[in-house]
Design a protein around this ligand. Structure first.
Ligand code: PLP
Length: 386
């Protein structure tokens, strides 16, 4: 094979995702996995039943339409109207994808040229760096810093150059739990309009905002025409394995993203699309109940982590808690997480893997709380022995 590396140089350094490494470690050591963000109980039984029914009734067993089935596109448009007062045409302004992950990939591959700069909130969800790299663009980190992780808007202004093409937002933000405030979003929007930037916003945790409510940037003046909003069913309905996501944007933006998407998966998850269309129409009580349940779990885990000696940064949204291990006499989150399964049978994720600026994330460690109460209680008991 000669000496040329097999892996495309754009992907150098991306390696195996930390989630694969840590989940394998959890299995090998029989540890409680508070690393990867997936719930250990499935979503609503009637939605699972809707998927089974779709398969039995022959709905979606063959290639569904490229943009997604009309029932789901209509349900997504209704959801945007119901929760945010945003109007989208289900035929031209909604695109169904294989999870938010494909939506992010398709959006970045469609909208970026080599040499473009993308400003993204750092720490980044790991697929952002990979997709920006695959598009041949350059990521420019806009770093969130402990203890409050509030974005520095002057810093954002300073990061914008003539090569900046796109702002990549994530609110609620994984892993910090930051939720951008209406004032912060307005300031970001103003800069996007002033510099004529596109905005891609990953809002997969939109229904996990504990106190303040979720505010889509697409609703702000001048933003509808430049914003690609992304979400998915995995987190909101606790079916992360179904991989049903969607994009809402203007028709020209959706057409661009669809062009890339059609050569990634073309289509996916036919029967699940029918089930997710039903899920999006669940009554308000479902969404409120889900949020209240996760808030209770957040408090259960954060109380336990504090008692175990971690510095805890209470998240405003998502189902993750970022902690600092310095009070435990530890400095290096990666070493700490690699040793934690042997030390006490718990798996967590070192936040440093989400940073270019390793110093900013060195001592931070993320735990998820989307697990059954007895699992969280056991994890807390084990961590208490540290
Ligand atoms: C911020 C963020 N975006 C996207 C995803 C992936 O979403 P999906 O499973 O719908 O592809 C995740 C999953 O952890 C996430 O945390």
């Amino acid at each position: 094979m000669g000496t040329r590396p097999l892996l495309n140089r754009r992907l150098h350094g991306l390696g195996t995702t930390i989630f694969a490494e840590m989940s394998a470690l959890a299995t090998a050591t029989g540890s409680i996995n508070l690393g990867q963000g997936f719930p250990d109980t499935d979503g609503p039984a009637e939605i699972a039943e809707a998927a089974v029914r779709a398969i039995r009734d022959g709905h979606g067993n063959q290639y569904p339409p490229g943009p997604g089935i009309p029932e789901l596109r209509t349900a997504v448009a209704e959801h945007q109207q119901r929760f945010y007062g945003l109007g989208y045409d289900p035929d031209t302004e909604v695109l169904v994808t294989a999870g938010a992950t494909e939506a992010i990939a398709a959006a970045l591959l469609a909208l970026l040229e080599p040499g473009d700069e993308v400003i993204a909130l750092e720490p980044f969800y790991d697929s952002y760096a990979a997709c920006i790299a695959m598009a041949g663009a350059t990521r420019v980190p806009w770093t969130l810093r402990a203890p409050d992780f509030r974005p520095d808007l002057d810093r954002l202004r300073a990061l914008i150059t003539p090569r900046t093409r796109l702002l990549l937002l994530n609110t609620p933000h994984n892993p910090t739990g930051l939720v951008l405030t209406p004032a912060e979003l307005a300031a970001v929007a103003e800069l996007a309009v002033e510099h004529d930037l596109l905005v891609v916003t990953d809002e997969v945790y939109e229904h996990l905002v504990f106190a303040t409510g979720h505010h889509p940037i697409a609703a702000l003046p001048g933003m509808r025409e430049r914003t690609v909003s992304i979400s998915s069913a995995g987190k909101t309905f606790s079916f992360t394995g179904w991989k049903v996501g969607w994009v809402t944007a203007t028709a020209p933006l959706v057409a661009a993203v669809r062009t890339a998407k059609q050569y990634l998966t073309y289509v996916s998850a036919g029967p699940f699309q029918y089930a997710v269309a039903e899920a999006l129409r669940l009554p308000d009580e479902y969404f409120a109940g889900f949020r209240a349940e996760l808030l209770r779990k957040r408090d259960l885990l954060s109380t336990g982590l504090r008692a175990a000696g971690f510095q805890v940064f209470d998240p405003e949204g998502t189902y993750f808690i970022t902690t600092d291990i310095t009070p435990l006499g530890e400095k290096d989150g990666l070493e700490f997480c690699r040793a934690l399964p042997e030390r006490c049978g718990v798996v967590a994720i070192p936040n440093v893997v989400f940073y270019d600026d390793a110093e900013a994330g060195r001592s931070l460690v993320r735990f998820t709380f989307c697990k059954r109460d007895e699992i969280l209680a056991e994890a807390v008991a084990r961590l208490g022995r540290l």
